[in-house]
Design a protein around this ligand. Sequence first.
Ligand code: AMP
Ligand code: MG
Length: 484
Amino acid sequence: MTLSVQKSDNPLLNLIFEPAFEALGGEYADPVDAAIFPQHILRFRNDDLLPTLGLDPNLVSDSHFLQAFGKFEGRLPLLAMRYHGYQFGYYNPDLGDGRGFLYGQVRGIDGNLYDLGTKGSGTTPYSRGGDGRLTLKGGVREVLAAEMLQVMGVRTSRCLSLVETGEGLWRGDEPSPTRSAVMVRMQRSHIRFGTFERLHSLERPDLIRTLLDHVIDTYYPHLSREPDRDARFYAELVLRVAELAAQWMAAGFCHAVLNTDNMAITAESFDYGPYAFIERFDPKFTAAYFDHFGRYAYANQPGICRLNLELLQVPLKLVMSATDLEAGLAAFEAHYVATYGQRMLRRLGFEALPAELENALIGQTLQFLQATKIGYHEFFRTLREQFSPSWREDAALIFAESVSEQADALESSFKLWRQTYHRALNQVPEAELLQVAARLRQHNPMVVIVRPEIEAVWGAIAEFDNWEPFYDLLQRIRSSVEVA
Ligand code: AMP
Ligand code: MG
């Protein structure tokens, strides 16, 4: 396999690709071709990401995007990555990139190596019965999820482009035929827990060793020279995954398909299929209609992430110490709890509170949210909008705009919450109350893309080919929190 250098006036084709994954050799991926599509219409380009790739958005035209990320001209090899994975608890060896490939890897101006990976770019040896395609609605949903999560401070992949491709697709879960698209996703790595699981199943510790060294040197370079680098890598991965789970939970996000092939070795959140942002706080909320037993329900996410880390120990044990792996995993829960607490505290306007008060406030917030009909995001948005420093003086002023003051009629869970919130505000010096208000604006978005919001955007596209609501929603997402 060789890197093809294309002379072109297209800045996207002139990116300096760094074929780190390809350099591992032919055991980890297969060269594939992109599908030839009947049509190419650029529906989304993420200009926010271009500077990271060293590109000036003004010098990259829409036709440059179409040439590179719709027609896939001038770029070889395109690599379908090989992996297996546990899907809904069952091991599946018939996986791998079935509708995507690694387009290329680029060193960002931040020094990090980034994957440009596709979704919906055609069939591969791993497509099995599938058509290798992505529905336009699926693409629109993934663009929105990534932008929303980014704004909410979740470590997420991003979509670089979405091109409509002019085919009619048949899907059981969308009115069909439905429109087709191809997406390019930018994230640190598409190496998954399942990439290691496959090598275990093939009984190839040598390939696990090579892949692990690659992962550490490329994505955990600060550990490269450590004598106990394997142990420290796994320990750091555990912490990163615990943080990611906490970020999802505080954001009210349900990924929906936390199979081990959807767990990145860099602990980024990616692959947004039937995800949902919860409407009301409901621990049992399940986003995928095919998740019949609620395995990946909202509140199960931290436990599932921990389980997936435990499953990853099986391949890693072939090349490193089992004791180190167990010691690494032992830190998961405490780190999850600490990160979740910190995230929730910020959504409530605080940076730190005494432990007893922090626990009481977060616990009572969740109890109140579960007892009432108010939406999860609506609650935090209303807190942001109505908060007033005067609340510190008198608990009765808290949410006085929203609740009628017939105290007996108020929910007891609200009254308890209000007392505790009042107590928390009184931990903050009066001079710092404006910082509470600022935190509320930083951590509680004005817009959250719950399903009705997304369906409305899709409805306009599907019925009238009207993309304005989509672009408008993207704008509103991006301006929905105040940047610190
Ligand atoms: P996902 O649920 O999107 O993570 O996909 C699970 C597996 O199914 C991956 O190996 C995908 O590449 C494959 N897959 C999903 N949809 C299709 C499709 N339309 N055609 C071919 N393969 C697919
Ligand atoms: Mg996937």
